[in-house]
Design a protein around this ligand. Structure first.
Ligand SMILES: [Mg+2]
Length: 255
């Protein structure tokens, strides 16, 4: 195994499952902390702030502070700022709205805005979707936190943000800019935060379609762990394979 200077790590399915820690991840992250190897958690979840994510990790016995967490919300807010967006109509929860406001962007309940941002909103309504469509038809930029088509809920797989984004796409016939994995904007942000060249880091995740593809797209080596979404059978169907494949993180040896 190559000696990496830094690690980008997915959360759900890699470090925890819902509210349960994946036990092999605990000593793995502990080793990183003890060896002073930089690590950053990278999540498509746009509903929680970096602080909330770090608190959850700490509760589960994983050492992390909020500066080691990159969410699709943070990457979205930075992207809006870079695009000189001043006003925005946002479908989403506080975990998305707060970082946008922190970038000095005004959130308006209006269709006359520079951009529409779509993130997971468990209180989504026809009215919100209609406003987003009307704003986009009036020329607002269309930005979505991620393509996730389904997400785990306690009752089973529910619609993810990609499903609601697709609804707006179908109605407006416009293509959004996607921020989260497998797209590269979130990876660019994660590499900025970890402060290392892409050749020196490895992306670890359980989901081939998001984590591993994000590594391919960003030119970062990848490690797939079979502790979450992607099964061995499914992995075998893909032509491009991860750099490393493991049952769980206990198999990783630090070079
Ligand atoms: Mg995952």
């Amino acid at each position: 195994m190559k000696k990496y200077q830094g690690y980008l790590i997915d959360l759900d399915g890699t470090v925890y499952r819902g509210n349960e820690v994946i036990s092999e991840a605990v000593p793995f992250v502990k080793q990183l902390a003890e060896r002073n190897i930089p690590y950053v958690f990278v999540t498509n979840n746009s509903t929680k702030s970096a602080r909330e994510v770090a608190e959850k990790l700490n509760r589960l016995g994983i050492q992390a502070n909020h500066k080691q967490v990159v969410t699709s919300s943070m990457a979205t807010a930075k992207y809006l700022k870079e695009q000189s967006v001043k006003t925005c109509y946002c479908i989403g929860q506080d975990g998305l709205k707060e970082p946008i406001k922190e970038q000095g962007i005004e959130l308006l309940d209006d269709t006359d805005v520079d951009a529409v941002v779509v993130g997971l909103d468990r209180d989504i309504t026809y009215d919100k979707l209609a406003k987003a469509c009307i704003a986009i038809r009036s020329g607002a930029k269309f930005i979505s936190t991620n393509r996730d088509h389904a997400i785990p809920t306690e009752a089973g797989m529910g619609p993810g943000n990609g499903a609601f984004t697709a609804l707006i796409q179908t109605s407006t016939q416009q293509e959004p800019v996607f921020i989260g994995k497998p797209d590269t904007i979130i990876m660019k942000e994660a590499l900025d935060v970890i402060g290392l060249p892409k050749e020196d880091v490895v992306m670890i995740g359980d989901n081939y379609q998001t984590d591993i593809r994000s590594g391919f797209q960003a030119g970062v080596d990848t490690l797939l762990v079979h502790t979450g979404v992607t099964s061995k059978e499914e992995l075998a169907t893909f032509k491009e394979q991860p750099t490393y494949i493991m049952e769980n993180l206990s198999e990783w040896h630090f070079a």
